[in-house]
Design a protein around this ligand. Structure first.
Ligand SMILES: *Cc1c(COP(=O)(O)O)cnc(C)c1O
Length: 489
């Protein structure tokens, strides 16, 4: 006991010292260059070397780690990181995440973490309410959207085969009735990865053509389903295209899928699902509640630390059957205790519910809506700040938080048209912005054209950050143009 207390004093000192290091990092976050500043070799030199023969003092280990890692940190948690679809950490979510590690409860089983289980149960109820999904839907807290889609599609795979008398969990897919998998041409790559892991094949899919914004075309879906309607069918739609932010037209898709004798409709809304929580954006997700399963991420737009994905399934029994480590048939315990391992593909894991719970409580319904609407308003602001220039084109309708930008070199090329020279110039501008460090954004290819992609997903981004970033992007464009020896258009 005495020994524990002594050790405890040291541990408290270590935690306070670490909190100070974390606060220093967060304080500097808006000012530091957004990109990393060290190469792999430099980081290896700072962090590598042989495993020490003898242990080192924890305080020194942590202080050294913070020093060595710093130049290789990307300020992706900060206000001017617009790459991929990322998001930072809300203060309450970060603090709850620390407590989660200190508590170190295993969220696999109710018995080893009753509060972890109940935090998930409460958060699940709030999320279903916020997204307007059917009461009684089941929720699994996964590592990310990839595993959430894996989970939801496993539930669908279970149900469509169970209806034909086939138990896929017991008997596998060999010899099973063949499932037709139908995905939008613009489905996220992780949908294909989920299908790969489910034994359905990443390429053994029917692809449905999309329109110019990347939305699944209901007429094309109808034509595809006409070919496979005698089979069990899994359809994967999307709320929030990773390039354009566009939403598949769910009311039409639902109507077509409901005509099938044995269909299942999954919606990947890794970031777009959050539109359903905001009054001015909710119309984008019309029809959402009529799907069978949904994927979203908490570590993107809810601004919870990594890692945190969410799978929601209307048919709780199918969800349970697909994921449970225990008895295949779902029986509620007398006390209603929820074993989290029945709803995701993991047994032992972190108690992800605490940070989600804290994020949602600290925002409230109105704060969440405001955060999502603010991200969209800032995306429009950046698009407007860039588009009033003849050498710049915004390629998408900015309906959400995503903006695609393309830059023409001096000399009057059309930035909206496919043109290898415009591709090359756009890539040079992206590289220049990344090197500049004011903000960070990445490149993508849209309809065969190179484009810069802006995603506004961080809770702390302000109008000033958006404007500073637009100015930096324009300056980098001018510098790249000048280095080609001609004035910018
Ligand atoms: C980010 C994203 C995913 C994958 O999410 P992870 O959390 O990285 O697994 C899936 N679908 C869409 C639309 C996304 O934007």
């Amino acid at each position: 006991m005495a020994r524990y207390r002594m050790a405890m004093d040291d541990r408290a000192r270590l935690l306070n010292q670490t909190a100070a290091l974390a606060a220093d990092f967060l304080r500097g976050l808006p000012e530091r260059p957004v990109r990393a500043s060290a190469t792999r070799d430099e980081l290896l030199a700072a962090m590598g070397g042989p495993l020490p023969e003898h242990g080192e003092a924890p305080g020194e280990v942590v202080a050294d780690l913070a020093r060595a890692a710093d130049p290789g940190l990307v300020a992706s948690a900060g206000p001017r990181y617009f790459g991929f679809v990322i998001g930072g950490s809300l203060p309450a979510a970060l603090a709850a995440d620390w407590l989660t590690s200190a508590w170190d409860n295993n969220a696999g089983l109710y018995a080893i973490g009753p509060s972890a289980s109940v935090a998930e149960e409460v958060a699940a109820g709030w999320l279903i309410d916020l997204f307007g999904l059917p009461a009684g839907s089941s929720v699994g807290f996964s590592t990310g959207a990839t595993m959430a889609s894996f989970t939801a599609l496993a539930a669908g795979r279970h149900r469509v085969l169970e209806r034909l008398g086939w138990n896929v969990e017991d008997d596998g897919l060999q010899g099973a009735p063949e499932i037709a998998v139908v995905v939008g041409a613009e489905a996220h790559v992780t949908i294909h990865v989920s299908l790969q892991m489910l034994g359905l094949g990443r390429s053994r899919v029917h692809r449905v053509a999309a329109d110019e914004q990347g939305r699944m075309r209901p007429d094309a879906l109808r034509a595809t389903l006409a070919e496979v309607r005698d089979r069990p069918v899994l359809v994967c739609a999307q709320s929030g295209n990773v390039n354009t932010g566009a939403f598949d037209p769910l009311p039409e898709i639902v109507a077509v899928v409901r005509e099938l004798a044995n269909g299942w409709l999954h919606v990947d809304g890794a970031f777009g699902l959050w539109a359903a929580t905001a009054p001015t954006l909710r119309h984008l997700t019309a029809g959402l509640a009529d799907a069978d399963s949904w994927t979203t991420d908490a570590h993107k737009w809810l601004n919870v630390p990594y890692d945190s994905g969410i799978a929601i399934v209307r048919d709780a029994a199918a969800h349970h059957a697909a994921m449970t480590l225990g008895a295949a048939y779902y029986v509620e315990t007398a006390g209603g205790e929820r074993d989290p391992y029945n709803w995701v593909a993991e047994s032992s894991r972190q108690a992800r519910g605490f940070a989600i719970y804290a994020a949602l409580r600290s925002l409230g319904r109105d704060g969440l809506a405001a955060m999502i609407e603010r991200g969209c308003a800032l995306a429009r602001r950046m698009a407007d700040g860039l588009r009033d220039d003849p050498g710049v084109a915004i390629l998408n309708d900015v309906v959400l938080n995503q903006v695609l930008v393309r830059f023409a070199p001096p000399g009057g090329a059309d930035p909206t048209a496919p043109d290898p020279d415009v591709d090359a110039f756009t890539r040079e501008v992206i590289a220049a912005v990344q090197a500049d460090g004011t903000c960070w954004l990445g490149g993508t290819t849209w309809h065969g054209m190179a484009a810069m992609r802006i995603s506004v997903s961080n809770w702390s981004t302000t109008e000033a950050d958006a404007d500073l970033s637009v100015t930096a992007i324009r300056r980098c464009r001018d510098n790249v143009a000048a280095s080609r020896g001609e004035p910018s258009p």
